[in-house]
Design a protein around this ligand. Structure first.
Ligand code: NAP
Length: 320
């Protein structure tokens, strides 16, 4: 069965996912797209023989659309994900699931009320081979004690500010830490070390985030977004009986190069799971938990204090 897909948002990643769904993933066809920039939507639609529709709601309501991909600007995500749930359609939402934890919770509640999983969130690192091998290796190395992580970008635009290092960048590590450890982050703290001379007035760069999990694993995460030399993601997990780190892919310049294969795997699995009627990827609960942890980390940065992460109880609907 071919899954007929509607895409809301034909910006940079929306167009990349349209290409992926058309050229890489079997069993998918992009049939409708939209963007607030109608010309951009028309161009993206013409490239794959899809229809350009006026609004996201039109795409979601279209009877020819089986499943929706939301790749618009973050603040619009909650509205479209809730509309897709109301229409009873599967929806893949790029991160963030919503820009507030309260909106993430509304999505979690609406999905539960619908009675089945419809939402998947775009935490694509879970599909990266290096992280998958790390997760497998951890099962033979005893209790995890520490994680050392780094997220370095060559540069960011001047509108990028200190909170974005958490909300836009560190959220990927927050999700992958939870996934690797199968537990939640309990506290967050942010330390500002010696700064690069290339930082902007409104950007602390680098920042070091310190997390403790519920079981006491201590994690340090360096986020350095104007490092100049390349796109460099590092992760080492230290256990009682050994340590495991991500392989070194050599010098790369962008997240598209580093995680292109992970995006391909992510969408291949999503389309198969939509066909099977059984979503298995990152859940709306993951989107909520990451939002709450991100909020606590922002508060920690602004106050200089260690801040507790306070999640609601995880509903049985999302498994243990
Ligand atoms: P982008 O290039 O700015 O694209 C977003 C597009 O959505 C723009 O064309 C924007 O139009 C459009 N848009 C805004 N409001 C809309 C609405 N109400 N209805 C339909 N379209 C609307 O941004 P991007 O880099 O593609 O990012 C899109 C999302 O993907 C963001 O949430 C981002 O965090 C996420 N993302 C995830 C990853 C990852 O690693 N997983 C990587 C990159 C991006 P205007 O420009 O005219 O506002």
């Amino acid at each position: 069965m071919t899954v007929h897909i509607g895409v809301v948002g034909t910006g940079m990643i929306g167009r990349d996912h349209i290409r992926r769904l058309t050229d890489v993933v079997a069993g998918a066809e992009v049939v409708a797209v939209t963007d607030v920039d109608a010309e951009l939507a028309r161009e993206a639609a013409a490239g794959v023989g899809a229809r350009a529709l006026p609004t996201g709601q039109d795409v979601i309501d279209d009877p020819g659309v089986d499943a929706v991909v939301v790749t618009s600007w973050g603040p619009t995500h909650a509205e479209y994900v809730l509309a897709a749930i109301a229409a009873g359609k599967y929806v893949f939402c790029e991160k963030p699931l919503a820009t507030t934890a309260a909106d993430c919770l509304r999505i979690v509640e609406a999905e539960q009320a619908s009675g089945r999983r419809l939402v998947q969130v775009g935490f694509m690192r879970r599909y990266d081979v290096g992280y998958q091998e790390m997760k497998q290796a951890l099962s033979g190395l005893g209790p995890v004690l520490l994680m050392h992580c780094a997220h370095r970008n060559p540069s960011v635009p001047t509108e990028y500010h200190s909170d974005m290092a958490i909300q836009d960048t560190a959220v990927h590590e927050i999700d992958i830490i939870r996934w690797l450890l199968d537990e939640e982050i309990a506290t967050a703290q942010v330390v500002v070390p010696k700064q690069t001379t290339r930082k902007f007035e409104h950007l602390r760069d680098p920042q070091v985030m310190l997390f403790d999990t519920e079981s006491g694993v201590r994690i340090d995460l360096e986020v350095f977004v104007n490092c100049q030399y390349g796109y460099d993601v590092r992760h080492e997990t230290v256990c009682e009986a050994g340590a495991v780190r991500l392989p070194d892919p050599g010098l790369l310049h962008s997240w598209k190069q580093r995680f292109g294969a992970a995006f391909d795997t992510e969408f291949t699995e999503w389309v198969s799971s939509v066909q099977a009627g059984n979503l298995v990827g990152p859940t709306a609960w993951d989107g909520y938990a990451v939002a709450v942890t991100s909020d606590a980390t922002v508060e920690a940065r602004r106050t200089g204090k260690t801040v507790s992460v306070r999640l609601k109880d995880r509903p049985a609907f999302y498994g243990s």
